[in-house]
Design a protein around this ligand. Structure first.
Ligand code: SF4
Length: 144
């Protein structure tokens, strides 16, 4: 199973913001730190703000910061939200699979997908930035 690029970027933005301490980086700074185009990052930031996971303050002294919900959100919840409810294979679509009305594989793949998400449900952002990841994030976000 391969995650959408937007899912991975959303997790990267949240991880980056989970280690900022007292500072509030801008969207451009987060994009540069994570090596991702600004426009793509800006769309993800807007979506995370809409989900109530981060605050974005404009102007001098503004920047991005996690909300309480963003600090405690599970990785599974973020992945579910960005990936959506779709199946991991396209059984219908423009050229429907001839087996799609009675396919046991489809059910097995759905259960596997749910098991994947369920494994990520107990994992929080704080879990992810513990250990070597947090110091590395601080290192790459340090001004040159
Ligand atoms: S074989 Fe089953 S799971 Fe695969 S595309 Fe067809 S209906 Fe979907």
């Amino acid at each position: 199973m391969r995650l959408l690029r937007s899912t991975d970027l959303a997790l990267r933005v949240l991880m980056r913001l989970a280690v900022v301490g007292g500072s509030s980086p801008t969207t451009r700074e987060v994009a540069e730190d994570m090596g991702v185009p600004y426009t793509h990052t800006a769309k993800i930031v807007a979506e995370l703000q809409h989900m109530g996971l981060l605050d974005a303050r404009r102007g001098r002294g503004g920047g991005l910061s996690l909300t309480e919900k963003g600090r405690t959100v599970s990785v599974g919840a973020v992945v579910r939200s960005f990936e959506g409810e779709g199946d991991v294979v396209e059984c219908e679509g423009a050229t429907p699979c001839p087996l799609n009305t009675a396919c046991r594989l489809r059910g097995a793949l759905r259960r596997a997908q749910e098991a994947f998400y369920a494994t990520l449900d107990p994992v929080t952002m704080q879990d992810i930035v513990a250990g070597p990841t947090g110091p590395l994030l601080l290192e790459i976000s340090r001004p040159a």
